[in-house]
Design a binder for this molecule. Sequence first.
Ligand code: NZQ
Ligand code: ZN
Length: 384
Amino acid sequence: MKNFIFTNPTKLIFGKDSIARITNFLPKDAIILLTYGGGSIMKNGIYDQVMEQLKGFKVVPFGGIEANPDIVTLKKAIELGRKEKINFILAVGGGSVIDGSKLIAIAIPSTTPAWDIVKTGKFEGAIPFGTVLTVPATGSEMNSGAVISNRETKEKFGFYGTFPLFSVMDPTYAYTLSKHQISCGIADAFMHVCEQYLTYPDQSGVMDRMSEGILLNLIDISKSQDKLAEHDYDTFCEYMLSATIALNGFLSMGTAQDWLAHMIGHEITALTGITHGASLAMVYPSVLRVMRPHKEGKILQYAKRVWGIEGDNTDEIVTKAISKTEEFFRSLGLAANMAEGKVDQSVADEIIRRMEERGHKYGEGRIASVEEVKVILKDSLSQK
Ligand code: NZQ
Ligand code: ZN
């Protein structure tokens, strides 16, 4: 196990009707910028529930933060926050609203332009913020990451920003998500575990067993479509908490991390608008096929412990594990390759052009360069 320093300061306020506790966690003198998305919280009543609790506080609402939050919208929120002298942000929404709010919280007290903060990850401080989660998927409610889009340049970049002070997590708030949104959330959480787990074997028994537990739980949830459809509370609790633990740092202590599929997936979303979780599902099987020589040892462990695949023939077991991963994504109604997802060659060409220009290396131990990415994209586009 590698040396590590771990911290996660976010308080979770979890369970049905938890919104009633929110004022216990807000600074008494809070002037609140209440950030939200395109209107789902108006339709499902969450906005009213939150506002009811905030009586007595000065609240400045800012709506319209889009899925894959755009820098132009966020700059308007930053201006408003400065003008209104807000000293707390409450993000009510999914990963997009929460990520956007992290940038708003950092940019308000900063002299650095917001897009420069995204591109450099450098900043001085941040005003405090909390969240009310409505989409279990990204883990943004309990991590410091933020992924911000720039529609003008068709770019999308992530950076490490600031942790929420608290997150209110009421699983019933996810009841109004569509089946496709839930599928994308499950796929995203599954991929977060894979990006931290499916690297090299023998790094940490405790991280491996915890990761395998979350993967198995997400597979169980994916098989509980009837329970999701009938809004079974406990199934939604499992879904919400699994997605948080998948990316709150608990699974990557002292271990190597991959994130290659996310790097490619973010480019696909930036260029096509495809939902984040769906972009990952259409790339990851090809990542596993192409990076197989490096990942074989861990894929074997994944095959055995997560999918229960037995046998002596390494080649067969690894191939079966990759097929199981594809079946899992398809069982969620997601495409398991770019051809199936109707992404065309021009998207792959632009991803390659960008990655050549940047010259970065990706994956655990930086094992993948743009040459591997080319093979991954070719593999994904040529699947039948
Ligand atoms: O905008 P509204 O009208 O609210 O609609 C949203 C949005 O269209 C809707 N929605 C949210 N809550 C709902 C609901 N619809 C019905 N019922 C509800 N309860 O759902 C749509 C998608 O929301 P979004 O916030 O975009 O989803 P998600 O949580 O998947 O976030 C995706 C963003 O997070 C980034 C992604 O790249 C993407 O930009 N990620 C953030 C990460 C992080 N901070 O650590 C890691 C991830 O890998 C990911 O990159
Ligand atoms: Zn993700």
